[in-house]
Write a protein that binds this ligand. Sequence first.
Ligand code: GDP
Ligand code: IMO
Ligand code: MG
Length: 437
Amino acid sequence: MSAVVIVGAQWGDEGKGKVVDLYTEHADMVVRYAGGPNAGHTLVVGSEKVVVRLLPSGILRPGTVNVLAQGMVIDAAVLVGEIDALGARGHQGVGERLRVSDRAHLILPYHIVVDTLRETSAREGKAIGTTKKGIGPAYEDKARRTGVRAGDLREPARLAARIEAALEAWAPTLRALGGEVPDARAILAEIAPLAARLVPLLCDASALVDAAVRGGQRVLFEGAQGTLLDLDHGTYPFVTSSSAVAGGAAIGAGIGPNRIDSVIGITKAYATRVGAGPFPTELTDADGQHLRDAGAEFGSVTGRPRRTGWLDLPALRYAARVNGIDGLALTKLDVLTGLRTLRVCVAYDTPSGRTRELPPELFDDPTSVRPVYEEHEGWQEELSGVKTLDDLPATARRYVRRLEEQAGVPIYLVSVGQERRQTVVLHNPFFGRAAAP
Ligand code: GDP
Ligand code: IMO
Ligand code: MG
């Protein structure tokens, strides 16, 4: 296995950062293929905790090439800030192991202004709860063909012309939202020092990644956000604006879909969502608070408290289908410790009867569907020292096995804490069963 996609199977924050960092021990290259600084992927190595936003989660492993591919939207100021922050913490050579697609689109200040004004002026119930990082407007520019790409940073005259054209296109929206149309010269002055830092990193990412895959190197494609936030397959319109699903890796990195060998879906042992939109298994009681407190469920980008709820198996089966998930990484099992009774949604009652699938009504009329729960006995033991599944209390083992059976795909990994060593690896995508060779 050479090319492996790691994708969020829920609403984001499943633990992609931890799992990518872990598997990167055996990878040559890590490629972020979608989204931008709306992502916050947490890496915990010993006593150090790093939250990466644009940088791929392989960045802490020397010897690994990290690629920001063309499916991403890149805020140059955030990226340079991340590189410098890691440097200041003593991580050497971050810039040297980083490559940026010259076709990735740039997030510019007006995207952030539009995103923010829309969110703050939205009518009751209409706000998406975005991260206000300019993601939606930057992808709108891309689709409208008024976007500015990283490669434009190489040519100041072309850059200026493209920014002026984009500003002209955004001017009516900005005015309607009560904002001001910024001055192109001010934007150019702000971006010039950032361009000097990014231009040396630019490359044809498609060619680079394709050569690595075809040369038999081990390449991890790191998803951002999650399946139910995907622009096509998520709970539209409460979604992000990119192709978060595994198929997005082929488009976003510029490789053929037949080059991908395996897809790993990541799911927490429960569910969370940050931002607005349907979340049928949401808990607003003491159990929900337990999950938020024990799981430290606060947004890694915005600090917002995450909504919490029980695991939704129809949603997981849906994620398995739309991503073609071969195996699951089950994270945050330790967070369930202390709950007397656990529930998992196994089906939905809908106006047309009971279904094991994610009902179509969920997308348009979520109040018309009701989750059907199965109850499981909980456990009180701490799990953070667990090394094998046999170390788990019997009730936890039964919970894991039941999820696997119901999800219809094997579990490749069980995570019981933030750190690398707090992981039971059952299957390594590069080597097959068990951990390393
Ligand atoms: P990502 O966006 O998918 O990379 O996930 P985030 O980093 O936004 O959120 C996941 C959080 O859970 C981070 O703080 C991780 O360090 C943490 N985490 C990951 N796996 C585990 C686990 O198994 N147990 C616990 N307690 N925390 C975990
Ligand atoms: P990672 O990669 C969780 C959510 C936002 C909002 C919606 C649209 O860390 O899992 P956007 O700013 O993208 O236009 O917001 O998507 N969202 C995320 N939620 N994790 C993320 O990323 C997210 N990225 C976006 O909260 O509901
Ligand atoms: Mg996150």
